[in-house]
Design a protein around this ligand. Sequence first.
Ligand SMILES: Nc1ncnc2c1ncn2[C@@H]1O[C@H](COP(=O)(O)OP(=O)(O)OP(=O)(O)O)[C@@H](O)[C@H]1O
Length: 269
Amino acid sequence: MKNMTLLEVKNIEKYYSQRQFIFRRKHEIPIIQKVSFSLREGECLGIVGQSGSGKSTLGRIILGVERPTNGEVLFQGVNLYEATSKDKKMVRRDLQAVFQNSYDSFNPKQTIFEILEEPLLNFEHYSKIERQHKVMELLDCVELANTIAQKYPAQLSGGQQQRINIARALALNPKLIVLDEAISSLDMILQKHILQLLQTLQKERKLAYIFISHDLQATHFMSDRILVMQHGQLMEEIQKGQTCQHPVSQELYNAILPSHPRGRNKIRY
Ligand SMILES: Nc1ncnc2c1ncn2[C@@H]1O[C@H](COP(=O)(O)OP(=O)(O)OP(=O)(O)O)[C@@H](O)[C@H]1O
């Protein structure tokens, strides 16, 4: 089911004020300029662009944690920045995020069980036994052994920590997960495993993703559509299987290195 609109981003602009020199007056620097797009249920939308193009700022605006200067973000029809407390609760359940530095998002004094139990305690009316079952189910979902539940985050590898982050994001059965450089700190083999896991979970749960990344190949693998950003603007939308047309997108695609050096000037889009 990929036809219901889940998210609408309308004419988003974000300015930061910055002083050019110590005694000069502050200037408004545009970081996001007139960005609009929508996302359907169960869809994966990739957002790529060079460093500093505004991807993470846009991600934070979509998550409702960074108010845009202008424009609206509607999640399931609710304006994130004018939501009532009841609507905010719905958004906190249905809209989740996974970031690059998984360890930073944990309380190091909590066990994995406590970390995964926390959203259930805050949002569900489960009994203790039900919470235990649910935590084990979440560990199973991200292909981790139940014995991990008693460990602390520092006792896990980077890949295991990122799986815990994904499991925590899944705990409340969200509709959308914003993945911001979620696999960037992992080695290539682990990246592939996590991407495959994310795809399986997407199919099983009809989840939508916004996949923000520098990595064009991973974004291609995951996404139904890709938005290319530069200087805070959307330059092009590339549908799956289509060739990119815009010079900015072509430059990004040209930067992909083929596995063999002799093929490096023969990239095809
Ligand atoms: N709080 C802030 N105050 C001022 N400028 C900011 C702030 N946050 C981000 N910026 C600037 O906004 C621009 C976009 O940053 P952003 O992190 O969104 O880009 P990005 O495309 O995600 O980059 P990267 O891929 O390197 O993470 C950058 O020039 C950054 O310096």
